[in-house]
Design a binder for this molecule. Structure first.
Ligand code: FMN
Length: 205
């Protein structure tokens, strides 16, 4: 199968306009099961080391969501110490846990036997899960659904809240999905000048 220039343009547009969506942008509109399945299906099409497909998902319920939010708040407050030299950090909204319609915790299932390709680089399993997350992010964006990745969380605490107590599962990411009022044209951290945007030449070693 060959793609057209128009399809390539559409893909590039989706990639360039994907944003991390935070609580100040989510609306209360619900995501249908059909749309959620489409997002999960995109994850299942991700590349994975040795075709191990090591991703696992927890669809977080409302009670758990509130507990995760409480934990986030606590962790965020503690993290402020690390950014004392940049006071704007204290006023940033860095999640949309409660405002978003669906929260999904993504886990890596550690292999029980040898995985082709993972012999010397153990973390390729986790990289595979991250590939799945990006597929979800882009597919959501293509459906005009926002996603925000929350990482100011302690994995052990998240596991406890979600009742994931087996050592074979490693917490990778906490994702918040929902419809949005608007997608910003550029990353918020660019807008507020937290970091500058790299060009290709800045990234070539
Ligand atoms: C692994 C990972 C963890 C992230 N964790 C957070 C987070 O905890 N809070 C947050 O506001 N954004 C988080 N982000 C989103 C980034 O801040 C965002 O991708 C970056 O600023 C670029 O903006 P954009 O995604 O809107 O283009 C995370 C992104 C990644 C890839």
């Amino acid at each position: 199968m060959k793609f057209t220039k128009k399809e390539l343009n559409a893909l590039e547009k989706i990639i360039a306009s994907r944003r991390d969506v935070r609580g100040n942008s989510f609306t209360s509109k619900k995501i249908s099961q059909k749309k959620l399945n489409r997002i999960l299906n995109a994850a299942l099409h991700a590349p994975s080391v040795g075709y191990s497909q090591p991703w696992r998902f927890v669809i977080v319920d409302d009670k758990q969501k509130h507990k995760v939010y409480k934990h986030f708040k606590n962790s965020f407050d503690k993290s402020k110490l690390k950014f004392r030299d940049r006071p704007v950090y204290n006023s940033l909204k860095l999640e949309g846990i409660k405002e978003s319609n669906i929260n999904i915790a993504v886990y890596y299932k550690k292999p029980k036997k040898n995985v082709l390709g993972q012999t010397y680089m153990k973390r390729t399993g986790e990289y595979s899960v991250v590939c799945a997350i990006l597929n979800m992010w882009l597919t959501a964006r293509a459906m005009n659904i926002g996603m925000g990745w929350v990482s100011i969380l302690k994995p052990k605490k998240v596991n406890k809240i979600l009742d994931i107590n087996k050592k074979e599962y490693k917490f990778i990411g906490y994702l918040c999905f929902g419809y949005v009022k608007e997608f910003y044209d550029e990353p918020e951290f660019k807008t507020i000048k937290w970091n500058k945007t790299n060009k290709i030449k800045d990234c070539i070693l």
